[in-house]
Write a protein that binds this ligand. Structure first.
Ligand code: HEC
Ligand code: HEC
Length: 474
């Protein structure tokens, strides 16, 4: 009896051990392939800004890499991701503004540099000059979302097409292939299709085009699930350099935040970082970096005598709102006073403020400086030459244009071509190449108006010329 019992117990123990081994093995398998984090740390603050992960999530990296080859017909033009305005430095694995992390398998994500860095060229022959912290001139975020959604909805999005394309770049083990075939590819397809549906509301509003995004409607409708409304919030991406000198300013075009650290967390959340996985230390590194990035020097000759004549004109007409230390610099000017397009203001409601204020309550970070204001910030003009097109909605292509009354400002122009026009002070926005490479901006569309901001429009043309020369020095 005892013998039988012993045998029975042995078998039981062996079975138990085997089960534990299998469960352990399965757990290890799941951990290794889906949760194992391999940190990628960039030594230089600059590389961290360009490529360092902010946990934003995105498309599995190997899939993201092959989409432009497999689905070129869904891109706006030739050149792969470059046709969506991504900036690619020579020899780099991914464009500026894209991160690669390994959480189980390699994943792609966005970084702050995606919308907050740009290139410019002094002539079509010049090679692109990259400026970190600058508003992007070329990246078209809505077109990017539409491209990804179109890939997900394409019947060609199958393991049979994707796996060989991936393998042409990266060898996959048999278990990797099984994972991609049965889990990663189907799940990615589902989320890309979902992305298309989540952003379907953009189809009923004017397209932002390159250098602009719908600012907080994505958060309102997609993350907070607030009811759809018909507001239009297409805005120019702002610069984030020289933050050290912006101390005490309100942030965002309408000053909806007054604290830089919170503004940065907001940027990460809007880029897709989950609320329970905000990488505070990595974001602190970004904050330290953007405090110090200097505004870029004007890259063409400046007429110093003319600029000196422009300085008192600036002091008399503009400095109270735009000079560092000006009475109203960095604070909001009521919409009735500045008179520019008010669509962006209507998008931001007390309901969104309340959602934001509650968002971090259970987290190690919190939002306590979010507010509703009814006007736009009188921003400082550091590096203003590279911030064209001007105003919050990017409706005025040239600095000189802003000093004309709205009726005389350019009505239709093309955004996204990165060659600079030093005569008008702004990017080349008209002519054949700008038309073929750029996106048509029509100031008569809703949210695109170039009205308001009449300051300086009554100056003589000599005074305007001197003022613009001075603005190049800021
Ligand atoms: C998808 C594009 C995008 C990404 C990614 C992004 N931002 Fe922004 N950011 C914007 C836009 C657009 C605004 C202005 C929105 C508005 O006011 O309507 C803005 C505003 C800001 C401001 C306020 C600037 C000012 O002077 O008012 C700061 C600071 C900022 N972002 C930092 C960051 C940081 C840091 C990250 C990364 C953690 C980030 N952003 C990621 C597009 C982006
Ligand atoms: C009463 C305050 C006030 C005065 C005075 C003023 N501005 Fe402005 N300015 C603003 C506000 C507010 C905005 C933002 C408006 C918007 O984006 O809709 C702005 C925006 C701008 C911009 C665009 C900034 C960008 O990043 O796109 C430029 C350039 C500018 N102003 C130049 C001037 C010049 C030059 C003068 C003097 C002739 C001047 N402003 C006088 C309040 C003022």
């Amino acid at each position: 009896m005892i013998l039988v019992n012993n045998k029975f117990a042995k078998i039981l123990i062996i079975l138990l051990l085997l089960t534990l081994l299998i469960i352990g093995g399965a757990n290890y398998f799941v951990w290794y392939n889906f949760k194992r984090e391999v940190p990628i740390v960039y030594k230089s603050a600059e590389d961290h800004f360009k490529y360092g992960s902010i946990n934003s999530g995105g498309v599995p990296f190997f899939i993201w890499e092959v989409l432009p080859d497999l689905f070129a017909e869904h891109l706006p033009g030739p050149g792969g991701y470059k046709s969506l305005g991504f900036i690619w430095e020579k020899g780099q694995e991914m464009p500026v503004g894209v991160s690669k992390t390994i959480v189980g398998f390699p994943r792609q994500g966005s970084t702050c540099a995606l919308c907050h860095s740009t290139t410019y060229r002094k002539s079509p022959q010049d090679s692109p000059n990259l400026v970190l912290g600058a508003p992007t001139q070329t990246f078209d975020s809505v077109a990017n979302i539409r491209f990804l959604a179109a890939c997900g909805n394409d019947p060609k999005f199958t393991p049979d097409n994707l796996i060989p394309a991936i393998e042409a770049k990266h060898p996959l083990s048999w278990s990797d292939k099984l994972l991609y075939r049965y889990l990663i590819i189907p799940q990615t397809q589902e989320s890309l299709m979902g992305l298309g549906m989540a952003f379907a509301w953009t189809n009923s509003r004017p397209d932002p085009g390159p250098g602009r995004i719908p600012s907080f409607n994505p958060v309102k409708f997609v993350q907070f699930r607030l009811p759809l409304d018909d507001t239009i919030d297409n805005v120019d991406d702002p610069p984030i350099w020289n933050e050290r000198q912006h101390k005490g300013f309100d942030y965002h075009w309408d000053g909806l935040e007054t604290n830089l650290t919170e503004t940065i967390i907001m940027g990460a959340l809007a880029a897709g970082t989950p609320t329970d996985n905000v990488p505070l230390q990595d974001l602190q590194r970004v904050e330290d970096f953007i405090r110090l990035i200097p505004p870029p020097d004007y890259p063409f000759a400046i007429d110093a005598v003319l600029a000196a004549k422009g300085k008192p004109i600036f002091n008399n007409n503009c400095a109270s709102c735009h000079a560092f230390g000006g009475d109203r610099t960095g604070s909001f000017i009521p919409i009735e006073e500045v008179g520019t397009d008010d669509h962006r203001l209507e998008m931001w409601s007390q309901a969104v403020v309340d959602k934001y204020l509650a968002l971090g309550d259970a987290q190690s970070w919190d939002f306590t400086h979010v507010q509703k204001q009814n006007g736009y910030i009188a921003v400082s003009l550091d590096g203003i030459w590279l911030r064209a097109p001007y105003l919050h909605n990017g409706s005025v292509p040239y600095l000189r244009d802003l000093l004309e009354v709205p009726e005389k400002r350019t009505k239709v122009f093309y955004r996204g071509y990165d060659v600079y026009n030093p005569d008008k002070v702004g990017f080349v926005s008209e002519g054949t190449t700008a038309e073929t490479e750029g996106f048509k901006y029509d100031t008569t569309l809703d949210g695109n108006s170039n009205k308001g901001h009449l300051y300086g429009t009554e100056l003589s043309s000599e005074e305007k010329q001197a003022l613009v020369e001075y603005l190049k020095t800021l």
